[in-house]
Design a protein. Sequence first.
Length: 256
Amino acid sequence: MKKNIYWLFLSLLTCTACDYVAEDERLIAVEKAQAKRVVLLEDFTGQKCLNCPLGTDVIEQLLTEYGDHVVAVGIHGGPLGYKGNANNIGLATEFGDNYFRYWNLEYQPIGLVNRHGAVNYSDWTKAVTEELAKDSPLQMELSARRDGDQIAITVQETALSSDVTGKVQVWVLEDSIQAVQFMPDGSRDREYIHNHVLRKEVNGMWGEEVKIALSDTEEQTYEQEIDAAWNVAHLSIVAFVYNQEGVVQVVKSKVE
């Protein structure tokens, strides 16, 4: 009986010793870092487009719901864009027309959500919600400040969980532009407020090549001349990285 008790005590002592590992000697599984996804919604719109204010309503709801996790850009152009005249401000641009044609879009309003194909405005909420559920391998930072008649822009990308190859694109946006807009009831609202309007492509229509190795940070700097037609107090800069799989990450900052 005493022998059995001895072996039982020895077994318990051995197992206890095996179970204990000092805290500084324990192996901890660490997952690769991921960045929270920010979603780019490119709204192809036009001042002569009766239903485009309905698309704007959806965007406002998304911004209210998700805040800075959604970046909306109003791209004026296409058949319902308006370039203006001596009496009326027009927001359509040549590069807006080029984007519309490149994506083979057929009507307005229509959008691209992280560049995964054209999406009708009635489906933007679903598409944005699905994209928000994903992680991103890329973290981006952006600063934009006025320096005389120029905007000094710095963009940084850090690859957190994998190498990232694609293009970095930088745009100038303007909010609070009062200009005519056709409304769903057929009327014209000459005091309509247009927000997140794409004003300028800073680094070309398609941006420039970028490759970020895992754990590395890449940086780009730009100087953009301020157009006399822009209200500097309402300007912001948007930068994003995209490739054949869509938009990897996007960031937005007001011009300080």
